[in-house]
Design a binder for this molecule. Structure first.
Ligand code: DLL
Length: 428
């Protein structure tokens, strides 16, 4: 069962729709955004050179630096009169990336979010508690509009205020919680502190996204809350949440709404397109956006594309769960380490809680890596033995041994109640 028939269209029909929309998008960007006109002229490509999606690789890439350089409205393709909403995503440095929507764009967003929620199993009679932050962040309003479009009931709690969240969840009988993976775990802990077992809450589904997480982390979430955890992906530059989502039937890869977003996977170093199923950097082109058309956006997110038919009947391609970004890569004493590798190892140990931090420092020109993990319960004696076991496992998986591994007591690592969790602290 699908929300919109296009989700199960034949690949041929979908391709021809994508090609029509790509041509329109390229013409719109070329005519109305000097940045794209210059970038295409430089490559010697005009709108007439793009006939179908096969020609997408002729187009220039767009990067997050381009958003910053063109701050605030250099990438807009319509006059301010036609813009009805702004969102922004802030990085750790520099100007935020400002994104704009026409009324038509908001309609598309509402529809792809309604579709996403439907794929996650949400129906009209459900109560969805939306704990994504409201404001410039796209999570809050993106989910809000999508739940209303679907005709379910939204409880707009936003992030934080966890005690009240739990109370409302119980009193209103919320079936679905929408929040970041880290917040869902925090909520389970906060419930326990109040004497409530999170598994007794009325929730059946949690729609988690906005942060990378491993399968091991998802299992922790499902166990802690007694729910099905559905992965939802998106980014402000393309629209916000609702670019892709897992279906509840298969929970095996995220269906990309290909009639609105054209996905490619490229080699992050060379930018060369990679064959299906090979892992690389996700590149997305918007196919229907008016206020802010985006050509070949380098998301920085690492994934692969799977064109096999899904059990749920949807034909749109599935992207693999994003467990990290190309720029998450930590180079420690010359060796490559991804935080997701560490996450996977530590969550394999019974008693280790899904909270950790990685601190990198430099002493006498040498990199030092300190990993702090948390134990579920207070303990004495076992810490050292557990630490040794984690350390030897890390040594097998990583090519570099942490200089310090701390197994800390419960609650030691700071929790994130609002916004995205930060686990890596590079002090170098
Ligand atoms: O995080 C939009 C969103 C809101 C998605 C709510 C899902 C739920 P930005 O703040 O612009 O937008 O951040 C986008 O977050 O490029 C990824 O690196 C990361 N990200 C988003 N969803 C996932 C996910 C929103 N499901 C950036 N898994 C993206 C892993 C994700 N990373």
């Amino acid at each position: 069962m699908v929300y919109n028939e296009v989700e199960a269209a034949s690949r041929g029909d979908l391709r021809s729709l994508q090609s029509d929309r790509l041509r329109e998008t390229v013409a719109h960007a070329y005519e109305n955004v000097p940045f794209y006109r210059e970038a295409m002229d430089e490559l010697g490509v005009g709108p007439e050179d793009v006939e179908s999606v096969d020609d997408v690789s002729k187009l220039p890439f767009t990067t997050k630096e381009d958003f910053r350089d063109e701050y605030p409205d250099g990438l807009f393709a319509v006059d301010w009169d036609a813009v009805v909403r702004i969102h922004a995503s802030s990085g750790t440095t520099g100007k935020p990336k400002v994104v704009a929507y026409t009324a038509e764009d908001l309609g598309v967003w509402r529809e792809v979010m309604a579709r996403s929620l439907y794929a996650a199993g949400v129906r009209e009679d459900h109560v969805v508690q939306n704990a994504y932050g409201y404001g410039l962040f796209t999570g809050g309003l993106g989910f809000h509009d999508g739940v209303e479009e679907l005709g379910a009931c939204v409880v707009p709690t936003g992030g934080g205020n966890t005690g009240r969240q739990i109370e409302l969840m119980r009193d209103l009988g919320s079936d679905v919680l929408a929040c970041t993976p880290s917040y869902s775990l925090y909520l389970a802990e906060a419930a326990a502190e109040r004497g409530v077992d999170a598994r007794d809450l009325p929730l059946s589904t949690v729609v988690i996204g906005a942060e990378p997480f491993t399968d091991a982390m998802r299992e922790e979430i499902e166990a802690a809350l007694g729910v099905t955890a559905i992965d939802v992906y998106g980014l402000s530059e393309l629209i916000g949440p609702g670019v892709s989502i897992e279906c509840e039937e298969a929970q095996d890869g995220l269906h990309v709404w290909e009639d609105h977003f054209y996905p490619e996977v490229v080699d992050p170093d060379t930018g060369e397109p990679l064959p299906p199923s090979e892992e690389g950097e996700l590149v997305l082109t918007s196919l229907t956006k008016r206020a802010l058309p985006v050509l070949r956006y380098r998301t920085g997110d690492v994934t692969s594309l799977n064109y096999d038919r899904c059990d749920c009947g949807r034909t749109c391609v599935r992207m693999d769960n994003v467990t990290g970004r190309a720029d998450d890569l930590l180079i420690v004493r010359g060796v490559n380490v991804y935080p997701s590798q560490i996450e996977e190892v530590m969550l394999d140990f019974e008693g280790v809680a899904p909270h950790y931090r990685i601190d990198l420092t430099r002493e006498d020109a040498l990199d030092r890596m300190k990993i702090t993990v948390e134990h579920y319960e207070e303990f004495d004696g076992v810490a050292e033995e557990l630490r040794d076991r984690i350390e030897s496992r890390l040594r097998e998986v990583l090519d570099v041994t942490p200089d310090e591994l701390v197994v800390a007591g419960p609650g030691t690592i700071e929790r994130t109640e609002v916004g995205k969790v930060k686990r890596v602290f590079d002090h170098r």
